[in-house]
Design a protein around this ligand. Structure first.
Ligand code: B16
Ligand code: MG
Length: 219
């Protein structure tokens, strides 16, 4: 079987690996240093959102006014902490079912894309040793509008040489699901159904990803 007429576009953080937790740790230490409240509930709003937009969300509750230059330094401080954390990544950090689904999709000939908002996506994918599965990886630095804007999913689909209606998007974040739907793709949410209620289907992890169940929606 060769299904190169259909594609699956994955988000990275929170879908293929749990770098969402490293982002949280890095932002938390910055927020603590600045004395601004930051918890896991607020962290939900950062998932899939760019670095600078994440910083703006964290600073919403601060009384201080920061210049653009200060903000750039704060974002760089967070990124330095994040980069140190991701240096420890190995294939053992793949989330359940990730390796298996990438293997199966590759074997069956599907086009596979990566649409991560992270500028650190490539080193993470390489450390996980799954880079060779991807036919196209969007360079986040070229994306002007963050999720929930569909731009990054349009870029992934077109990089795969396909159109949105024959592609499935896989996301753990509310903003990401919105972006997939806005692109006109079938959306698989990975996480909790109450949080990802706008997805077409929600699964607990990639072990539950059943391509054969979704094909009827992508042709
Ligand atoms: P960086 P994804 C996103 O990755 C993260 O979910 C989000 O929390 C992070 O702020 C964003 O990448 C930017 O990451 O600071 O490394 O460029 O979920 O789209 O794979
Ligand atoms: Mg994510």
């Amino acid at each position: 079987m060769n299904r190169s007429d259909a594609g699956v576009v994955f988000d990275l953080d929170g879908v293929i690996t749990d770098t969402a937790e490293y982002h949280y740790t890095a932002w938390k230490s910055l927020a603590d240093r600045l004395g601004v409240p930051f918890d896991r509930q607020l962290n939900e709003r950062l998932k899939g959102v760019s670095r600078m937009e994440s910083l703006e969300i964290i600073l919403e509750s601060s009384d201080r006014v920061f210049t653009d230059e200060q903000k750039t330094k704060l974002a760089a401080e967070k990124n330095t902490a994040y980069v140190a954390l991701i240096e420890t990544i190995t294939p053992e950090n793949l989330l359940p079912g990730a390796q298996e689904i990438l293997e199966l999709l590759k074997r069956e000939g599907y086009r596979i894309g990566l649409a991560s908002a992270s500028k650190n996506a490539l080193p993470v994918i390489k450390s996980l040793q799954v880079a060779e599965y991807f036919d196209y990886i969007v360079n986040a630095a070229t994306i002007k509008n963050s999720k929930p804007d569909p731009e990054i999913f349009f870029a992934a689909v077109s990089g795969l040489g396909l159109t949105p209606e024959v592609c499935i998007g896989v996301e753990d974040a509310i903003a990401g699901i919105k972006a997939i739907k806005a692109a006109g793709m079938f959306a698989v949410g990975v996480g909790k159904p109450d949080i990802l209620c706008q997805a077409d289907v929600v699964i607990k992890n990639l072990r539950e990803f059943k391509i054969e169940d979704y094909l009827q929606y992508v042709r």
